[in-house]
Design a protein around this ligand. Sequence first.
Ligand code: SAH
Length: 221
Amino acid sequence: MMDPQGGIQGIGMTSRRTRDRLVQRLRDQGIRSEAVLDQIRNVPRHLFVDEALASRAYEDTALPIGLGQTISQPYVVARMTEALLDGFQGETVLEIGTGCGYQTAVLAPLVKKIYTVERIPELLRKTRQRLRDLDIYNVQFRPGDGWEGWRKYGPYDGIIVAAAAAEIPEKLLQQLAPGGRLVIPIGPPGRQDLTMVTKMNDHCEQVSLEPVSFVPLVKGK
Ligand code: SAH
């Protein structure tokens, strides 16, 4: 059997059928954007986890990636990407919590440019190489504290945060363009809500989408 994406042939764990099954599951759970579902199908998630876990890469579950971090669950990545891009008219996105870069890879072909911030430099180094190997070039990386955002290239049309904060980081709101959207898990461990904030001229509109479970957005370096 030929696998057009994974390069591992005849094993089945990265096969078209395995990926289609994941896409169908996300569809059943309410993901509607075909562009996002296509990305879930196309991005080789097995290349973002340790080889020992590759056989589980197309299960809809978070997995450990070392250094105490996880690769996000495909459903959550799809949901956040869909929420960010619904009605999106801009070009630039700020991502906080790059991790292994799976969310980055799903989003990259759907926007013009991603600026991504990760506090663990070692993780970022590997991720930068991984995305390059996957021919993803519209991403700029920065080791640093996501609470600070990345002022230099702002304001951003969208901001997506892959770690949970107790409250909405003020600096991220400041770096969001008018009409822009911020998608972020808010709340303490065990009680986080995936939250969507839209910045209007004189106020922000905030909607809770659903309960989620993320690692905390660590304060400071
Ligand atoms: N986006 C990843 C999941 C990342 S998990 C995926 O697609 O699978 C959350 C990441 O946020 C971890 O890598 C963690 O190191 C990072 N993180 C936590 N606090 C941070 C902070 N204050 N600034 C930047 N990154 C942070």
